[in-house]
Ligand binder design. Structure first.
Ligand SMILES: Nc1ncnc2c1ncn2[C@@H]1O[C@H](COP(=O)(O)OP(=O)(O)O)[C@@H](O)[C@H]1O
Ligand SMILES: [Mg+2]
Length: 253
């Protein structure tokens, strides 16, 4: 059965795009037909994986200007990986989110329902915040997994997110699951990181860690999957790769 996941917390710069893109690659590299949908008007996931100019984007599909088959592109360097892009520059998702989505909160859910017949696994990369666009993406998902960086304010951010998600579930009649946390950019040598990890573990969430690893940023600069990135013989650290494999093993069940 197909499954759709969003990696979300309302904060920016915590690794939502990095984790969405990396796990989409991992799933695809392990042989599953995987679609990454760029639901961020800044289009970071799209510029990471696609350098060429494209004709259609997500906002065009949502407005019925083209079919999803027109807009989805194959990421040739990663077998089984597909992207439904958003153009950061010159794109129209921001305008669509500001003007139209209020009347159509289920538009992404309807699209995902159509897509699950073609893709085993779907990942949505969201913009920071909890506006109408993010809400419509969250309720289009089967599961939301929260990435957070090991900082004091992150736990507050998680509390706020849990409260807001409860309201979204009620108002939009959604039963989306929220049971897992990923502590991103973790460094076990830093006491505060360990304390935040332990605080997260003491709650009811299943908690994963992704180490701090500069190869993520470098792979984004070179428009390549982190797993395939190598520079002077070096790519992702072995413990980063193990963490990604472990998370990928657990989240699609
Ligand atoms: N585990 C990590 N180790 C090192 N750098 C990371 C890690 N995760 C993300 N980054 C970097 O942090 C920055 C912000 O990440 P990004 O995924 O764009 O966050 P968001 O989508 O939440 O705004 C990027 O430059 C990215 O390469
Ligand atoms: Mg992002």
């Amino acid at each position: 059965m197909s499954k759709t996941i969003s990696f979300h917390l309302q904060k920016g710069g915590i690794g939502k795009t990095t984790i969405s893109g990396t796990l989409a690659c991992q799933s695809a590299l392990e042989g599953h037909t995987t679609l990454l949908i760029d639901v961020d008007p800044q289009g970071n996931a799209s510029s990471w994986f696609c350098k060429s100019e494209l004709k259609w984007e997500l906002a065009d599909v949502l407005q019925g200007f083209c079919f999803f088959t027109d807009a989805i592109v194959e990421i040739t360097k990663v077998p089984n990986l597909f992207l439904l892009p958003t153009f950061g520059i010159g794109g129209s998702l921001k305008k669509y989110a500001e003007t139209k989505i209020a009347d159509e909160p289920y538009v992404l859910q309807d699209l995902v329902h159509e897509l699950v017949t073609s893709f085993d696994r779907i990942i949505l990369d969201l913009s920071p915040g909890l506006g109408k666009l993010e809400r419509s993406a969250l309720i289009a998902s089967d599961e939301i997994i929260t990435p957070m960086t090991p900082e004091v304010f992150s736990l507050d951010g998680l509390e706020i997110f849990i409260d807001e998600l409860e309201k979204i579930r009620k108002n939009l009649r959604s039963s989306v699951r929220h049971e897992k946390i990923i502590i991103n950019s973790f460094d076990g040598r830093i006491r505060q990181h360990k304390e935040i990890y332990e605080a997260a573990m003491s709650g009811s969430f299943e908690v994963f860690k992704i180490p701090v690893d500069p190869a993520f940023r470098k792979s984004q600069e070179r428009n390549i999957a982190p797993q395939l990135f190598k520079y002077r013989g070096r790519g992702l650290k072995p413990n980063t790769l193990r963490a990604i494999e472990k998370i990928n093993d657990k989240i699609w069940r």
